[in-house]
Design a protein around this ligand. Sequence first.
Ligand code: HEM
Length: 585
Amino acid sequence: MGVNLAVAVAAVAGLVSHQIFRKHEPTIRGFFAHVLLVNLVVAFGGRILSHGHQHAGPALYAWNLNLGAYLGSLVLVVYRLFFHPLQRYPGPWLCKITRFVASWHVITQDSHRWMMKLHEKYGDVVRVSPNELSYINVSVVESIHGAKAGKLARGPFYAGDPNRPADSMLSTRDLVEHRWRRKGWERGFGTVQLREFEPRVVRHLDTLVRQFQAMAICDSTGSGSNSNSNSGLVDMTAWAEYFAYDVMSDLAFSEDFGMLEQGRPSRYIGSLHGATRVLTIAAQTPWIRPLMNYILLLDPRAKQCGLDFARISKETLDRRQAKAQILAKGEAKADMFAYISAPGEGPRALTQAELTADAALLIAAGAVSTALAITFIFYYLCQDRGKYERLQAEIDGCWDGKTALEVSQLATHAAPYLEGCINEALRLWPPAPNGMQRRTPAEGIMIGDAFVPPETQISVHTMAIQRDGRWFSRPDEFLPERWIESEREGALGGEGNSENKEENENENKKFNHHPRAFIPFTIGQFACLGKTLAYQELKLFMAKVVRNFDFEFAPGFDAKAFERDVKFKGTLLIGPMMLKLKERS
Ligand code: HEM
């Protein structure tokens, strides 16, 4: 009886499931409804077949229940492997069945490397989860993220923390809502605003230089100017963070955390780092979200960090709103928040909860990535003295070190090598290395020459495309020269997949690079709003610091281990980078 029933139910369930799911992946609710349906069929069938065996009742029902759940899952597995609309896309079979594999790599914090390996093995498109595709071909970047991707909303990854009182501009998944909220933000990032903000960035750099001078070993004597036995040693990871967070809190809210002055991190950084791991895992795995509160009970530290982060963001907003009167009268300098919170053309005013979410986003989005980029620039420059000296010579030629420093002195034509160094660090280690998840619309979409069904998650994997030898020759090497047109001339044939004449010419350059495969800030409607500000900060930082100091790895610092230990937690996560600094005479 049991085997016959199992076969009959599996066949019926298979047919029904195929009809229900044939166009797209089931939602979690859909899956449970499906298991329930199979259960009903099993229970009903079991009841008929058990007629006359009254005593077997409860045991038989339990058996039916198990069988129903088992068959329901089995049918889903078979469906995902053989009948799913994405079944023809390559990928590990376990990833086709369950999202848990991808989630596991987020838990172990190595998802960026895992994704790169998947692309190496399976090629341009990989089915990384039952309902998710990752791409690395340059020809689809525009369709997924660029001008042609207007209908692609952000994917469920962005739904994030179920406990959050409101969405920030970044976590809003509604296209219309995102568009009008982003307009408010854009006002704070205009050319005029950035010019006004510039002296404030330089002021923080002056504090940093003073602190480094106090730690530096005097160049002329070679002896320490500081009695501390650690004199001359700095942790660039930490100081880059102090700089980036102080700048962002100042530009965003007209106050700074005082990290550069005090030479130690504020609680804000600790709470942000502590809170993001669980949030990233939850973002990756939608079914975990309802369980978030229970998971946090197992990790009280993460829970406390989350609460601290929310509290500090709220306090910052409260202080800023208390100052609003003064700012309105023009007695204090405007900041980004003045623009974001000003009533715009949107259909309604932002709620207090939305403003708090945006306040947290403003500092976190602005500071983390900039700090990472600074550290990686030093990571590569300290491995090659020739590159360090070339950059130093270029900066010496742009700025005398005495007059006020302005970013206009470091424009691309004047300091191309500096820009090349920044681009290479962002190419090799994009702070947000994994793809920016998008969801296909209800009618599905063409990506390249293939139709991708409705409600599928898709993205271009940033780190994998930026390290692909077809788009960047010698892809794992730090070569700032590849961004300087005159130095890209040369004999080496490229390996690029050319699509037109311009790209054929590109292939014959010595350092082949494909501008459309360089997407550290992503592109299109969700592109980074702070890109220009980020270049401004990075250029000013490098000019001030490299003009005044020489750096090398501290004795005993293991550069290979530093790189090997880079992890992913929403953004990259790196360890301390100890450098020895020396003031230039
Ligand atoms: C090297 C530095 C930076 C990098 C590599 C970077 C990268 C990115 C990326 C990849 C995104 C898309 C995120 C997503 O869709 O999930 C993004 C969004 C964003 N970034 Fe940046 N960013 C940097 C610096 C900054 C700075 C200095 C700010 C200033 C506040 C900023 C503000 C934003 C904002 C507001 C968004 C959200 C845009 C939207 O939702 O429409 N970023 N950034």
